[in-house]
Design a protein around this ligand. Structure first.
Ligand code: GLP
Length: 261
């Protein structure tokens, strides 16, 4: 795992946007796995800025979102369809037909999930999967105890996730949809690269467990230790429970030194 610690949120999302920009310049038909939540908002803003000011071209990009609530319409202000339109899709030139988000209104979840997996395969697999992390270590909506080999499926949200997400539903935990469709952990692990972003002290415990703890389904993000190309990008506060901060910082400084030769 490559752990990159940045002084603050702005700088961590800047580094994340540069990783995606560099990959896109090398491969114009990049396949991106995308996440929602407050964490990647700065990344989307930076990419929109690159599109508008630097003419970064997304016209051949394909995207697959990690997850979506079940049981609320696309147009709901808190649906992940609305989130992606507001923060990213409405502001860059990714063709509509290349944007994939799990369907929240499907009658047949099982068939839909199979089609979603197939569509990812047909696109050639995900090149870079952007991930946030829940305070309990979940990725996507793969809650603690999710199979580490799971595929796209419907999941019931844990109490802690419902409580964390209630803030987006007027503080009413009962208004948060109880179920979601999420890419599985096995699906995420097939991405060629994973980019896990976290900021703030509320994520420090989950980050320490995911990076330095044992691999366990009780901390789904810990499976990323088995991924050959994962970059964890965090700010100082999210890094505050890590034991090996000095090592991660020195490793990253050495990488930059080698790159500048
Ligand atoms: C939700 C999403 C996750 C996200 C997590 C953390 O559960 N399904 O993909 O990583 O929230 O969100 P935030 O970035 O707002 O802390």
């Amino acid at each position: 795992m490559e752990v990159i610690i940045q002084p603050d949120y702005h700088q961590l999302t800047t580094v994340a946007s540069e990783i995606i920009r560099d990959a896109l310049l090398k491969k114009p038909n990049l396949v991106l796995g995308l996440a929602t939540g407050s964490t990647p908002i700065g990344l989307y803003k930076a990419l929109v800025r690159m599109y508008k000011e630097d003419r970064l071209d997304f016209s051949e990009v394909t995207t697959f979102n990690l997850d979506e609530y079940v049981g609320i319409p696309y147009q709901h202000p808190q649906s992940y369809h609305t989130f992606m339109a507001n923060y990213f899709f409405d502001h860059v030139n990714i063709p509509k037909e290349n944007q994939h988000i799990p369907q929240n209104t499907t009658e047949n979840h099982e068939a839909f999930c199979e089609v979603y997996e197939e569509t990812i395969k047909r696109a050639g697999g995900i090149d870079i999967q952007v991930l946030g992390i829940g305070t309990d270590g979940h990725i996507g909506f793969n809650e603690a105890s999710s199979s580490l080999a799971s595929r796209t499926r419907i999941k019931t949200l844990s109490r802690s996730t419902l409580e964390a997400n209630a803030a987006h539903f007027g503080g009413d935990v009962n208004a948060v949809p109880e179920m979601a469709i999420t890419m599985g952990i096995g699906t995420i692990m097939e991405a060629k690269q994973c980019l896990l972003l976290a900021n703030g002290v509320s994520k420090a415990d989950a980050i320490a467990k995911a990076i330095e703890g044992p691999i366990t389904s009780m901390v789904p993000a810990s499976i990323l230790q088995m991924h050959s190309k994962t970059v964890v990008l965090i700010d100082e506060t999210a890094a505050s429970d890590l034991k090996e901060v000095e090592y991660y910082k020195r490793s990253y400084a050495n990488k930059l030194k080698l790159q500048s030769r």
